[in-house]
Design a protein around this ligand. Structure first.
Ligand code: 6IA
Length: 139
């Protein structure tokens, strides 16, 4: 059975680095099924669904996921919500964060003993963190 992976990243939250999202999603697809491939899209490329349907669909995928990988550099209410839900459901959660001088990561993510936070500089470092996290999650 292929690993079911939920990738979380900012959509209506702060503008993210979509190239990094794309590189992470490409890597994740090498290890399993990425339920949320569409997070790589620009806002105007997303399905025009009512928010209630978006929420129901995302929660269905979150329930089905074996692991959650969240890119948390760009602050997003939705990503924080997904991380909290996954954590409360005892799913392994990896949060990838690229430090910058103008903003610190939320203490509710950085301080949580139940999520793995990895700081990275280059996309290659983030990809290495994904590989390490997934191999640990699968053992
Ligand atoms: O608060 P945010 O929008 O930044 O939340 C982003 C997170 O919530 C992502 O990790 C997604 O899993 C989920 N999410 C929020 N909105 C959507 C969405 N449509 N489609 C898919 N996942 C979503 C928004 C469409 C709109 C921009 C036209």
């Amino acid at each position: 059975m292929r690993l079911q992976i939920y990738f979380a990243g900012s959509i209506r939250g702060t503008a993210p680095d979509r190239d990094t999202y794309g590189a992470l999603i490409d890597e994740l697809t090498r290890h399993g099924t990425v339920l949320t491939e569409h997070v790589r899209l620009e806002q105007d490329q997303h399905d025009r669904l009512p928010d209630s349907e978006i929420h129901a669909r995302q929660m269905r995928w979150l329930r089905a996921a074996d692991v959650v990988v969240a890119e948390v550099t760009a602050p997003s209410l939705g990503v924080g919500y997904e991380i909290a839900w996954a954590e409360a459901s005892d799913k392994p959660v990896l949060c990838l964060y690229k430090p910058s001088s103008d903003r610190s990561l939320s203490a509710m993510i950085d301080g949580s003993p139940n999520v793995t936070v990895v700081r990275y500089e280059s996309a290659d470092e983030a990809i290495d963190a994904v590989r390490g996290f997934l191999s640990a999650a699968m053992t």
